[in-house]
Design a protein around this ligand. Structure first.
Ligand SMILES: Nc1ncnc2c1ncn2[C@@H]1O[C@H](COP(=O)(O)OP(=O)(O)O)[C@@H](O)[C@H]1O
Ligand SMILES: [Mg+2]
Length: 258
């Protein structure tokens, strides 16, 4: 479904992606982990067709995005649903108009179909009958669910989630993870989740890939990642920061040399 080859991207000559290779199969649930600022969001924005790489290839459903202009990218973007970090709802619009927004703009479906589609999506995210509520009346977890319904309204083949549980308390985070998993299975949608939370990663992913220094360092089934002997991976999944690990190492070296 998605083929990424040697993808490179720098900002003001600071390299962020330095040759990312990644293939994602139809209906797969891939979780991308990695330290803060390592380029996870940048990679996701490339897959969404929102950023052009400096070099490399990015194919969605067999079609190479890299040479396409804005106009040619639009139909491909429509195959992809995105839930970005901190994605805000329109405060002045009720739930119905937030979820239906892009369908109302497109004007390809009539109002009865749009109402039906919104009702289906709200049911899928556990928010049936909430069409008339304003975002201010909803909790953080509920707003996430509405954001999800809005992203799914086009019935995308691919769903991208950027840190979907960041800032939510553990119980709400757990319910959002369950929902992501349920929607992936129910709609058979290829799912990519970016997170630095390993609980979410193990729960949602059938594959986990770690981005490190601009490349995919390792990729494998959750239990393979858990058992991976690479110390960078082990430190990440056990929450040891790289600095702390380096200090521990140098202390050990000092101790053995004295
Ligand atoms: N539009 C941009 N312009 C300049 N620098 C950017 C831009 N987007 C991201 N970056 C930089 O790229 C790096 C990776 O960012 P990001 O993908 O957001 O990291 P994360 O892994 O935390 O999601 C950061 O150093 C960030 O400052
Ligand atoms: Mg990010």
């Amino acid at each position: 479904m998605i083929e990424i080859q040697q993808l490179c991207k720098s900002f003001k000559s600071v390299p962020v992606l330095q040759g990312v290779d990644l293939d994602i199969a139809d209906s797969e649930r891939l979780v991308i982990i990695g330290g803060s600022g390592c380029g996870k969001s940048v990679l996701l924005r490339h897959i969404a067709g929102l950023v052009k790489p400096d070099s490399g290839r990015l194919k969605i459903d067999g079609q190479d995005l890299t040479p396409l202009n804005e106009r040619a990218l639009n139909p491909i973007r429509r195959k992809i649903g995105v839930l970005f970090q901190g994605a805000a709802l329109f405060d002045s619009l009720d739930v119905f108009h937030n979820v239906a927004f892009s369908l109302l703009e497109e004007r390809t479906l009539g109002m009865p179909e749009i109402r039906q589609r919104v009702a289906e999506m709200l049911a899928a995210v556990g928010m049936s009958g909430q069409e008339g509520k304003k975002p201010a009346e909803l909790s953080g977890g509920m707003r996430k669910r509405i954001g999800l319904a809005r992203a799914l309204i086009h019935r995308p083949r691919i769903m991208l989630y950027d840190e979907p549980t960041t800032g939510l308390d553990p119980q709400i985070a757990d319910s959002i993870n369950r929902l992501i998993l349920k929607l992936a299975l129910e709609f058979n949608v290829t799912t990519i989740v970016v997170t630095h939370d390993m609980v979410s990663a193990y729960m949602v992913g059938n594959r986990i890939a770690m981005l490190h220094k601009g490349k995919i360092l390792v990729s494998g089934a959750p239990d393979q990642i858990q058992q991976c002997s690479n110390p960078i991976v082990q430190n990440f999944i056990h929450g040891v920061s790289e600095e702390a690990a380096a200090m521990k190492m140098s202390r050990r070296e000092n101790a053995s040399s004295t």
